[in-house]
Ligand binder design. Sequence first.
Ligand code: ZN
Length: 297
Amino acid sequence: MPELAEVETVARGLRPLEGRRIVSVWFGKTDFIAEPQRLAALLPGTCLASVNRRGKLLLLELQPQAPAVGASGETFWLLIHLGMTGQLVLRDPSQPLAPHTHVRFALDDGRELRYVDVRRFGRMRIATVEELAEIVAPLGADPLEVSEDEFRRRLSASRARVKSILLDQGVLRGLGNIYADESLWWAQIHPLRRGAELSAEELGRLWRSIRNVAREAIRLRGTSVSDYVDANGQPGGYQKRLRVYRRTGRPCRRCWAPIERIVVAGRGSHFCPQCQPARRVRSNRRSSGGRKKRLGS
Ligand SMILES: [Zn+2]
């Protein structure tokens, strides 16, 4: 469930911890962690050098202070994917443990960073600099950084349904079901349209919609429709802005038609049947000519 805006909000909440040292690590269930013994051996004594995000992946850069025997002493990365219900929250050790707390990182300022995950679809692993490069290489462009031309090129190269293209982390990194549905509503594009069939104008509208939705969602600190909270345990605010996501049967905020839900690429997709027509509406011949020219150039 946590997408770009939620992971970015968690990353920003963790950034004040840069420079802090991990004193010790405690594990509960570890079936979602790759090589938990390696984490247990490497993490204690490391300094949190930086907090980054790539798509939906949180990247914590760790600098060993006094390298353990057998450790290289080089910087490495702790990768955390929050999956469906993962939470990473800062707590005072005196605060009771929430159910489903699976990892606790004790910090040198006396606080604890706790990983809570009801469904355990999250993932956690250590990566060397080389391993990290391999892991992030297949990820597509950042929706907030990709240029309009590059965005058009990536989407029009695919015959897949536009909704599945938006969810494909190899095309764009960080978008999930919520922001894909919301962006398609703002751009007035039906989720079943095919990437290659979208006009240059429609792709431009979609590019702008995704940026606006992502920026606004980050500004409001994410969307809390189920378990998502930020690093301080606070819910986000974008759920109040949702236009289609989980609004099936309720009136469209643009035209009052009831919002519909279909399944695309195995995911529930919410859209307005009136504002987001299944077929392209050709408003005039000039716009279709413009599209041909752009595709051929
Ligand atoms: Zn509508």
